[in-house]
Design a protein around this ligand. Structure first.
Ligand code: SF4
Length: 426
């Protein structure tokens, strides 16, 4: 039990702080607020959420009431020909409202973590991929191969809930964990409950492209050292270690290859992800192997799923005369911030600041948000899963989880705010 603060909730609920969306956490009402089945990331999220209280909307930095702020926001969008809706830290209902407003205002949409998401999308668009779900990992995986991610930093209860669980549907051995390109000190979560250490093969993140290519070459019985000098190392990793990884993957009944696109911060990382998916495809010729891309957070899976079913595209899309277009490069916030004539920044889960932009700005989000530059309009919004109910997609996009309202709050939800702005534009 961890004490957070005084409050008035007494509920089992889903945690929106990462893509696992654990639905077994308990926030208990006692004289103090306590949590059960949580992790440090979740506790930090709920501590910040419950310490956030209603603040007034602001226009030009001055407190005002909601109607005035809504009118000011609508006025900015009314005068805009090319607005950018960015950040997009929200859940399904909030994104549905944003999509309607984007269609009405011919806006470009880009999620704050699209840079990472696009690396996966490009690989998937180019050659397809074979991925799995958290439930399948829980029930079937006997080898977890984590590339460039310790998994637990971004998804803290992954091992507790998905890997070391004892209630899988099928009789399977405790999974073996292999880390490639992860510092040894970050691999403690991969130690099994009975003390079995993970196989850790350190490597620099920047060397992962050539290491993954070498794994593919070895899978094709080609020698990746042919044009190399300097011993039997590829990207600092011994060929014998790469062969050991392949042996373990080939002998597994159901191996799962995990990567985090947000950790692969080097040029053309999509090619490395494609190389990972090619390795998975090759391994599948003789046994069962699946990929599991980790998401980045702030509702990215929910936002991109909602965007795709409503417009046909994930974010980095734009509405032109009511028709959706998609461009993973030109519709990035980085490019649009200098072209747009209005910025609508949304961040409801966390108090992420908007990027610097010279265009008039409407900021809707977490009541704790602070600004380096005073926005034209700021409307504090309810935190999904704390101030209002909602729906979120888990990181594997296979399950949508309900979020509960945990406290009485005067903060309007994002969808209510956007609905009111839209009504002003009718
Ligand atoms: S692992 Fe993720 S979803 Fe689960 S309690 Fe921790 S932050 Fe929340």
């Amino acid at each position: 039990m961890k004490t957070i603060s005084n409050t008035t909730v007494d509920k089992a609920c889903s945690c929106p702080a990462c893509g696992l969306l654990c639905d077994d956490i308990v926030l208990a009402e006692t004289s103090t607020f306590t949590t059960k089945n949580t992790c440090l990331k979740s506790i930090s999220f709920f501590e910040k959420s419950f310490s956030a209280h209603s603040t007034s909307p602001q226009v030009a930095g001055k407190p005002t009431d909601l109607n005035v702020a809504i009118e000011a926001a609508a006025d900015i969008l009314r005068k805009s020909n090319q607005p950018l809706f960015a950040g997009l830290g929200t859940e399904v209902q909030g994104m549905r409202a944003l999509m309607r407003l984007a269609e009405k205002t011919s806006a470009t949409l880009d999620h704050m973590h699209s840079e990472a998401t696009v690396r996966n999308t490009l690989a998937m668009q180019n050659s397809g991929w074979q991925t799995t779900t958290l439930t399948e990992v829980k029930n079937r995986a006997d080898v977890i191969f984590a590339i460039g991610t310790d998994i637990a930093s971004s998804h803290p209860r992954f091992f507790e809930k998905i890997v070391w669980n004892t209630d899988s549907l099928f009789n399977k051995p405790t999974p073996e964990v292999i880390y490639l390109g992860v510092a040894t000190e970050n691999t403690k979560a991969g130690i099994s409950p009975d003390g079995k250490l993970p196989l850790v093969i350190p490597a620099e993140t920047a060397k992962l492209p050539e290491i993954i290519n070498a794994l593919n070459a070895l899978m094709s019985n080609k020698n990746p050292l042919v044009k190399k000098s300097g011993g039997d190392l590829i990207g600092g990793v011994a060929i014998s270690s790469l062969n050991l990884i392949l042996e373990k993957l080939k002998s597994a009944q159901y191996a799962v290859v995990v990567w985090s696109a947000s950790n692969l911060k080097f040029a053309h990382a999509e090619l490395t992800i494609q190389s990972i998916t090619q390795l998975i495809a090759r391994l599948n010729e003789s046994n069962r192997v699946a990929g599991l891309p980790l998401n980045s957070g702030d509702g990215d899976s929910s936002v991109n799923n909602t965007s795709t079913w409503l417009s046909g595209y994930p974010t980095r899309n734009r509405f032109v005369n009511g028709h959706a277009e998609y461009d993973a490069y030109h519709f990035s916030s980085k490019h649009q911030l200098s072209n747009c004539d209005a910025l609508l920044w949304v961040s409801t889960f966390n108090a992420h600041q908007p990027p610097d932009c010279n265009a008039p700005s409407v900021i809707i989000g977490h009541p704790n948000m602070q600004f380096d530059k005073v926005p034209d309009v700021f409307i504090p919004a309810g935190i999904p899963g704390v101030d209002h109910a909602g729906t979120m997609f888990r990181m594997d996009s296979s399950v949508a989880m309900p979020l509960k309202k945990l406290r009485e709050s005067h903060l309007p939800s994002l969808s209510e705010i956007i609905g009111q702005i839209e009504a002003k534009l009718s």
